[in-house]
Design a protein around this ligand. Structure first.
Ligand code: HEC
Length: 159
């Protein structure tokens, strides 16, 4: 049995190694498409994470400080990732669907600053929600929403 497992492992390893040795198959266009899908996925996740907090702001769901705190902490991490997912300058691949504006790559420092603003607002949301203070948490959540909107105003196609 042990021997069988080790044969299995060796086979799996050699498949993995053969895979790693393959030359890259992806064209610049494939890479751009994948980069765009990845960053859109990040924003979809942000939206899913912030959704319940938005519901609390609109009084559609009962206030839950723990949910707001968790959302704040998650948005700290997600906001920090955003600029990294724009290192692939996809401007010239105009046939791929994206609502990202060219300005992102013309003013990368400002784009990063807008992501930092989200991280700061999300940090504040998590900190305030931890105290359980509803009014202060809703206010901090509003600032998170503003940070999302401020970046969209500058760097996302308006719909
Ligand atoms: C630093 C800038 C920035 C911040 C901050 C930001 N966004 Fe965005 N967001 C963008 C850009 C740019 C796009 C367009 C991405 C694309 O299409 O390539 C986008 C797209 C989206 C999308 C559409 C994704 C899709 O399906 O294609 C959603 C939803 C979204 N953002 C939600 C949020 C939420 C919620 C927040 C705050 C918690 C947020 N964003 C914060 C820049 C930002």
């Amino acid at each position: 049995m042990k021997r069988l497992i080790s044969i299995g492992l060796t086979a799996a390893l050699s498949v993995a190694m053969a895979h790693a040795a393959e030359p890259p198959q992806k064209s610049p266009e494939d890479l751009a498409k994948s980069a765009i899908e990845t960053r859109q996925g990040l924003f979809k996740v942000m939206s899913a994470v912030f959704g319940p907090v938005g519901g609390m702001m609109r009084n559609q769901v009962p206030f839950d400080a723990a949910v707001a705190e968790k959302a704040g902490n998650r948005l700290v991490a997600l906001g920090g990732i955003a600029p990294e997912l724009f290192t692939n300058d996809t401007r010239k691949f105009t046939s791929i669907k994206t609502t990202a504006l060219d300005g992102i790559w013309n003013s990368q420092a400002d784009f990063k600053a807008k992501a930092d603003d989200l991280v700061k607002a999300a940090t504040e949301l998590a900190t305030v929600a931890k105290t359980g203070d509803k009014a202060a948490t809703i206010k901090a959540a509003g600032a998170v929403g503003k940070a999302c909107g401020s970046c969209h105003d500058s760097y996302r196609v308006k719909n």
